[in-house]
Design a protein around this ligand. Structure first.
Ligand code: ADP
Ligand code: ZN
Length: 521
């Protein structure tokens, strides 16, 4: 025995030698009766954070979980260890429910797993009132958030736990850790006093790289050929059509690629997935339909040919690389068009306005990650509240510090051009005006007689694209998705437009490499 009862339980009951990461701190805090909010990725070791204190504290630990299958697994695993555990959910018949309730009342349980909808039941509340409760663990706590995709109205009932049993400590756990979700969990579950523990989100063996699109398909091919010949990888595309085209094209180039998307024949899709899992050296080109539950350890790269719609999605998709812990690459090519496409998709979706606003914000955060000039991993982890003290040394911005240039004048020219052409045009048109291209459309609109016509000749087209993209990313300009992607000025652009603010822009690394990328068509 040690002087640490939690450690004793860990060793004697679970058979592990030591706690992992913040487990000890979390457990200490719950054992002491404090509320906790635990954010850890899947596989991080959340279960022990409530199982151990449930065994250390007097009474039964009540675990609220929405996943019935998981409940059964956990309970049988606990039985193997000699822990007195049971569950209450809709799969039980009346007799089984009675027996479990009796065991609970007799103080014969260490852990009771229960489905959230049961808490609404006056019977359950009365039951809880008659036994000694060690703690409440709220698993999958993000289900209380409307910001995420897993919202469950039943979870809103969980606030009654605190009202009814204010002395019982609560521990809420989730693998979803962005700031908004966290805030919502705290507010809706009344966890203002809880200590928040965020950990384990870093995937140090994954190297993050985001390049500017410049013939993306060719960039992808170069990336695979130079860095991953013969390796297993996943390529994500937004549309089914692009999945098909990209897979075909990679095959033509002598690589072994298989398509995967929800529009494919079911049998064929299963076959491709199976082949990808069984064989090595295959590339699967897929929409986001691919990946749920895919756990292939030696995926050496994940490539994105289109921008994911949120940082969470990016983290999850890139996280399928390097599960074996060996070096892996997360590579992405993105351009302003991606943002446009995603925004247009959103604008035309049936979602309600509040939901759309949330999604726009998520997209903006993703865009900001793309335009980072400091460490990408720091930003990525920071998004989840998991801190990294220094630059990681294993992302593109750390490895090749981003060169910047004073883009104030260019920005002023771009902004005036948007303004003087009536905020009705997209980047391509505006760039033509700035470069003084006298095509028919420009002449018909009279924009060739306009003061910004041809004032941008000092920069080339590619640089202008980069300028517009960054103006959008910095929210100095917004895309009007109802106006077919025309650009509009925002309030924030005024100081730049008036020349009161210096604007440093990133020099696109890609521009320097264009020569090599263009070798093969
Ligand atoms: P999560 O619920 O966060 O997805 P789990 O609680 O299922 O993760 O834990 C993932 C795995 O890690 C399990 O197999 C668990 O037994 C193991 N594990 C957790 N903590 C420890 C530890 N301190 N020592 C050894 N193994 C651990
Ligand atoms: Zn870094």
């Amino acid at each position: 025995m040690t002087a640490n009862p939690a450690l004793d339980v860990l060793r004697n009951v679970f058979g592990y030698a030591s706690f992992r990461g913040p487990q000890q701190a979390i457990i200490d805090s719950v054992v002491a009766g404090q509320d906790a909010l635990v954010l850890m990725p899947t596989g991080g070791g959340k279960s022990l954070c409530y199982q151990v204190p449930a065994l250390v504290r007097d009474g039964v630990g009540i675990v609220i979980s929405p996943l019935i299958a998981l409940m059964q697994d956990q309970v049988s695993a606990l039985h193997q260890l000699g822990v007195r555990a049971a569950y209450l959910n809709s799969t039980l018949d009346l007799e089984q429910v009675r027996a479990t309730e009796q065991a609970l009342l007799n103080g014969e349980l260490d852990l009771l797993y229960i489905a959230p909808e049961r808490l609404a039941n006056a019977r359950t509340q009365a039951l809880f009132g008659r036994c000694r409760i060690a703690l409440f663990a709220i698993d999958e706590a993000h289900c209380v958030s409307q910001w995420g995709h897993d919202f469950r109205a039943d979870y809103l009932l969980l606030s009654v736990l605190h009202q009814q049993f204010p002395q019982v400590p609560r521990i809420a756990l989730t693998a979803t850790a962005d700031e908004r979700t966290r805030q919502e969990i705290i507010v809706r579950l009344g966890l203002e006093q809880a200590r928040v523990f965020v950990s384990g989100f870093d995937r140090p063996n994954i190297r993050y790289r985001i390049v500017q699109k410049d013939n993306a398909r060719q960039q992808l091919l170069n990336f695979i050929r130079t860095e991953h010949p013969g390796d297993t990888g996943i390529v994500y595309c937004l549309s089914r059509k692009k999945v098909e085209e990209t897979a075909d094209w990679l095959n033509q180039k002598g690589l072994r690629a298989l398509p995967y998307h929800a529009g494919m024949d079911h049998a064929q899709r299963q076959k491709n997935q199976h082949q990808f899992l069984m064989e090595d050296g295959l590339i699967i080109v897929a929409t986001i339909a691919f990946g749920m539950g895919i756990d292939k350890p030696n995926v050496r790269f994940v490539a994105h040919l289109d921008l994911p719609k949120s940082v969470e999605a990016y983290y999850q998709e890139t996280g399928r690389a390097g599960r074996d812990g060996l070096p892996a690459n997360a590579w992405m090519a993105y351009g302003l068009q991606d943002v446009l496409t995603l925004r247009q998709m959103l604008a035309s979706s049936n979602a309600d306005e509040a939901h759309k606003r949330v999604e726009y914000h998520k997209l903006d955060a993703m865009l900001a990650l793309c335009e980072m000039v400091s460490c990408r991993r720091q930003a990525l982890l920071g998004y989840f509240g998991d801190e990294l003290e220094q630059g990681c040394g294993n992302c593109d911005t750390c490895l090749e510090p981003v060169a910047t240039w004073d883009g104030s004048v260019a920005a002023q020219q771009a902004l005036s051009c948007i303004y003087r052409t009536g905020q009705r045009f997209g980047a391509t048109y505006l760039i033509d005006v700035l470069l003084g291209k006298s095509d028919e459309r420009i002449r018909n609109n009279g924009h060739d007689r306009q003061s910004t016509f041809g004032i941008g000749k000092a920069l080339d087209e590619k640089t202008w694209r980069s300028v517009f993209r960054q103006l959008v990313a910095k929210s100095l300009v917004e895309i009007d998705f109802e106006g077919h992607g025309s650009l509009k000025l925002t309030e924030a652009c005024r100081p730049v437009l008036r020349g009161e603010q210096t604007l440093m822009l990133r020099k696109d690394v890609q521009t320097a490499k264009v020569g090599r990328d263009r070798v093969e068509k």
